[in-house]
Design a protein around this ligand. Structure first.
Ligand code: FES
Length: 507
């Protein structure tokens, strides 16, 4: 894919090497049906299959083809920070949050070792620093909170190990981790098939029913009957409203810069900027590594300036690591941000007792996804789990009320777009390879001109709750600013909560 500046946009991970299971072509009866084959769904399926449960996994695209393939895969403590966790969830809740994330990293390491999965897993230190010119007092508060919560693997150091840029004082977190999620998940899928699980790709689940006759019905009309149902999609496709008022979609940007091997200290880095930057290294052969730099987040659908954001990230990285060479990758991904910083994992609110969800990655999708596997396996197997209340999707975190009000206002503001004129007045104004929303009478039309000049017109009304989609020129998708549904340029749904495509525009 070419951007305006001609740079090739690509992600550092490709699903081309993932197993390619078939589309579901018959009815099935299993113990547990898992919808979504990202890290949360596949970990849940893997752990249940290890315990002898008959599991089916349904994925509408390629396995791990959603946001799991667009992560930078830092394995760290919640990026909310110790102090904020303690404020939001109390001392005991914050302790459990820290413990659960540490357990998730341990479990990934153990599974990779036990299953012989070569997924580049490594332990390394993480460094948190403040932006230039800002006071370092927040580091001291974070250090104090970590100690109150009993986390000993942290110390204050004079600077992060960035040779050509003085970061100033930093916090060092020991035994954090990183890995290659797609290599890891390919190993989980092999183990799942060995354990008798049934895995399907290209299979869109469209109807969900819990209770005594729990089942999932696919777009092709096949039924998977089950005793328990897990929906582990980036945003739950079985929940119309409740969860979507408690989390909000953000878009985050990433650039990958080639660096000579060995010139950048192997560590994870992040800062206190708002939005914050996050950095890791990925090996790319004997002589080269890729410095993966993320940040520049904004509410989904409420900005369309990807080029400028990638450029700012690149500049920020080059100031700190001047040995960086050319840009190898530029991409963006979607983060679901819960109002209180922790994922929603457990029984789906206002639903039957055997319907479970995992959502709200909060930028810690790899650890939250693994916590989901551990927690949902316990719930489905009827075991108590000490994290169940903390991650309960029905929870109300009173101390997050103010943030909830601000975020809810931002998520409903896009409904005002119904009253505005279009971004362009006629399709002739849309350049090749781009899209724009235009008004036609009382309707809004999402018009895309493909590189050959052909125009595709779809209704701009999101199929979830009627918000108007916005063009994302970086990813060439239509994104819904209200709750994060996403559609291809030609209107095919690729991310919930919507489950159906944008219909053709009315003429
Ligand atoms: Fe809810 Fe679009 S995702 S209205």
């Amino acid at each position: 894919m070419k951007t305006d500046s001609g740079t090739t946009v690509s992600v550092w991970m490709s699903t081309a090497d993932m197993p390619r299971p078939p589309r579901l072509a018959r009815d099935l009866k299993v113990d547990v049906c898992v919808v979504g084959a990202g890290i949360a769904g596949l970990t849940t399926a893997y752990l249940l299959a290890r315990e002898g449960r008959k599991v089916a996994v349904l994925e509408d695209g390629p396995l791990a083809g959603g946001e799991t393939s667009r992560t930078t895969a830092h394995l760290t403590l919640p990026d909310e920070g110790f102090e904020a966790l303690e404020h939001l969830h109390g001392e005991q809740g914050a302790r459990l949050a820290v413990q659960s994330h540490l357990s998730a990293v341990d479990r990934i390491e153990a599974i990779a070792r036990d299953e012989g999965i070569d997924c580049d897993f490594e332990r390394l230190d993480g460094f948190l620093f403040v932006p230039p010119g800002e006071p370092v007092g927040d580091l001291d508060k974070e250090l104090d909170a970590a100690r109150r919560l009993g986390f000993g693997g942290i110390e204050k150091v004079e600077r992060a190990p960035v040779a050509d840029f003085d970061t100033g004082a930093a916090l060092r977190y020991s035994r954090q981790g990183q890995f290659h999620p797609l290599k890891y998940l390919a190993g989980l899928v092999r183990a799942l098939e060995r354990d008798g699980a049934l895995v399907f790709s290209g299979t869109r689940a469209e109807k969900f029913e819990g209770g005594a006759h729990a089942r999932v019905v696919t777009r092709e009309g096949h039924t998977v009957s089950c005793a328990a149902l897990v929906v582990a999609t980036n945003s739950p496709v079985n929940d119309r409203l409740v969860i979507h008022t408690k989390q909000h979609p953000y878009r985050t940007y990433v650039v990958g810069l080639r660096v000579p091997a060995g010139r950048v200290a192997r560590a994870l880095y992040w800062d206190y900027a708002d939005p914050y930057h996050y950095v890791r290294l990925q090996s790319a052969g004997p002589a080269e590594e890729v410095l993966i730099v993320g940040g520049e987040d904004h509410h989904t659908g409420q900005a369309d300036d990807a080029e400028a954001r990638w450029d700012r990230l690149e500049q920020w990285a080059r100031e700190r690591w001047p040995m960086a060479k050319d840009v190898a990758f530029r991409w963006s991904g979607q983060v679901m941000e819960p109002v209180d910083g922790l994922a929603f994992i457990g029984k789906n609110p206002l639903d039957e007792d055997n319907v479970f969800i995992a959502t709200g990655d909060s930028g810690n999708g790899m650890t939250h996804g693994t916590i989901a596997g551990l927690l949902l396996t316990d719930l489905i197997q009827g075991r108590a789990n000490p994290w169940a209340t903390l991650y309960d999707p029905s929870r109300k975190t009173l101390r997050a009320t103010r943030d909830w009000v601000v975020e809810a206002a931002q998520s409903t503001a896009p409904y005002a777009e119904w009253l505005t004129p279009g971004e362009v007045s006629k399709v002739d104004e849309i350049p090749a390879g781009e899209g724009a929303v235009l008004r036609r009478g009382l309707s809004k039309v999402a018009a895309y001109r493909d590189p050959s000049g052909r125009v595709v017109e779809r209704s701009a009304v999101c199929r979830h709750l009627g918000c108007l989609v916005e063009w994302n020129s970086g990813e060439k998708t239509w994104d819904c600013p209200c709750h994060g549904s996403r559609y291809t340029a030609e209107g095919r749904v690729v991310n919930g909560p919507a489950t159906t495509d944008l219909p053709p525009a009315e003429s």
